[in-house]
Design a protein around this ligand. Structure first.
Ligand SMILES: Cc1ncc(COP(=O)(O)O)c(C=O)c1O
Length: 433
């Protein structure tokens, strides 16, 4: 095996590029890289949180057993509700009153009254007639994307769409094609080109992209409906609960809810549980209840559903959390930009720090970890090979002090490795030019 790989992303890209399909070879490449990393620096994808997610928590490296108390930047609990007292109490009550698992799928009577209340409440919040609840956001996307479009249909999706959407496409009988990320002209051109060749066209986008924090130009996409007929599917995983004055999501904030045919979200992020939903008109929801992940997969537990309900109640009673999150987002972004970081076109509380070179990316992650600041490196296949980044996911529970400490450490480490220049240097450069 080539021992010059500088990240697991490079190993995975190599397997794909060289078309290495043999099971033993593929497993050998992966294990070989893990063993080498464990010997040399520690392998970052075997870390876990000793006592679960919190803004400040113990991160354990499984191979060595070493622990470090860290400010945590890699979880999507945007509203930090996973540690909310009321939410935890309601989860405990549900466990006591409803037991643990459901034991079967929704289609064969696995849901409880709590699950049904979740479906009702999320549909009402996002502004749709009905919602269908799935055990995870991943399977909600796989179910809907694979099942809605038929053999004579076309799905056009944004090139940055999440893996769950791409996996749904692969299972679908429809044809599919991507358009350039957030590029409405490219989408318009493709809609025009394919309009007459398919029975139905579905356009699939995310309201905020998980790896870049870019927001979708929803108003411009919706405007295309005046020119071409298509169904619009929006994944609100990273905006549900945190956009809109009451957490209704980005479709609501942009005033496009009625023009969006399907609103999807996970319940594992702002609502700190597990599960996913598709909200749409009644007929579409009835159809989705025959998708295989709905029929053949056990439900989320009653306690998970109780957590969602409790989180929605917290958001309704305290919408100030949303304002506070966006204030902190603006603060952190301004601070990072003042230090010379290029945050691309990102806007949501997902803040990418782009570091193309995988060696440098992993070194920065490792040095931050030594200082008690943790986020995982984002590499291929989550993003393209040359688009590596650290993703700082801001949660409302992050304090200003934690933000300052993180940005200062990042600045120091990135200057040391030549990723950004120091302010002094930049001034000298400007003078010279
Ligand atoms: C955009 C997007 N859609 C769907 C999912 C899947 O949701 P879950 O992890 O809750 O199953 C994710 C998860 O990261 C996501 O980022």
């Amino acid at each position: 095996m080539n021992s010059n790989f500088s990240s697991m992303g490079e190993v995975l890209a190599h397997l794909q590029k060289e078309n290495i399909n043999n099971l033993e070879s593929r497993a050998g490449y992966i294990q070989g890289f893990i063993d080498k990393e464990n010997k040399e620096h520690g392998y970052e994808y075997d870390r876990y949180m000793e006592f679960g997610a919190a803004n400040f928590t113990n991160v354990v490296t499984e191979h060595s057993g070493s622990k470090k108390e860290c400010i945590l930047w890699c979880v999507n609990h945007y509203l930090s509700l996973n540690r909310n007292k009321n939410v935890i109490e309601k989860a405990c009550n549900a466990l006591r009153d409803f037991g643990t698992g459901c034991g079967t799928s929704a289609a064969s009577c696995g849901m409880s009254s709590l699950h049904k209340e979740v479906e009702k409440n999320v549909a009402k919040l996002v502004g749709k007639e009905k919602a269908v609840l799935f055990p995870t956001g991943f399977t909600a996307n796989v179910a809907a994307i694979s099942y809605l479009a038929g053999r004579q249909d076309l799905i056009i999706f944004d090139r940055e769409c999440h893996s769950s959407i791409v996996n749904g496409l692969k299972l679908s009988e429809a044809k599919w094609i991507s358009f350039k990320h957030n590029n409405v002209s490219d989408l318009k051109m493709k809609l025009r080109k394919y309009q007459n060749s398919y029975q139905n066209i579905f356009v699939v986008v995310e309201s905020a992209y998980s790896m870049s924090g870019d927001l979708a130009p929803l108003k411009d996409i919706v405007a295309l409906k005046k020119l071409n007929k298509f169904y619009l599917y929006v994944d609100e995983a990273h905006t549900f609960g945190i956009y809109g004055d009451k957490g209704q999501g980005y479709c609501h904030e942009q005033g496009v809810t009625q023009d969006v045919d399907f609103i999807m979200s996970t319940l594992s992020k702002a609502t700190a549980s597990i599960g996913g939903f598709i909200a749409a008109k009644q007929e579409f929801c009835s159809l989705l209840k025959w998708s295989h992940p709905y029929v053949f997969q056990a439900c989320l537990t009653p306690a998970d559903a109780a957590v969602v309900l409790a989180c929605l109640e917290e958001i309704e009673n305290n919408p100030g959390m949303i304002t506070e999150l966006h204030e902190k987002n603006r603060y952190m972004r301004k601070l990072l930009e003042s230090k010379g970081f290029n945050l691309g076109l990102s806007q949501s509380p997902v803040i990418p720090i782009f570091i193309e070179n995988h060696n440098k990316l992993r070194t920065v992650v490792s040095e931050l970890y030594q200082e008690g600041i943790y986020s995982t490196p984002i590499c291929f296949p989550a993003v393209k090979l040359h688009e590596g980044r650290i993703r700082l996911i801001l949660n409302v529970g992050h304090s200003k002090e934690q933000i300052d400490r993180t940005v200062n450490a990042l600045e120091r480490i990135c200057i040391k490795h030549g990723i950004i220049r120091s302010c002094d240097e930049e001034m000298v450069m400007r003078k010279v030019v």
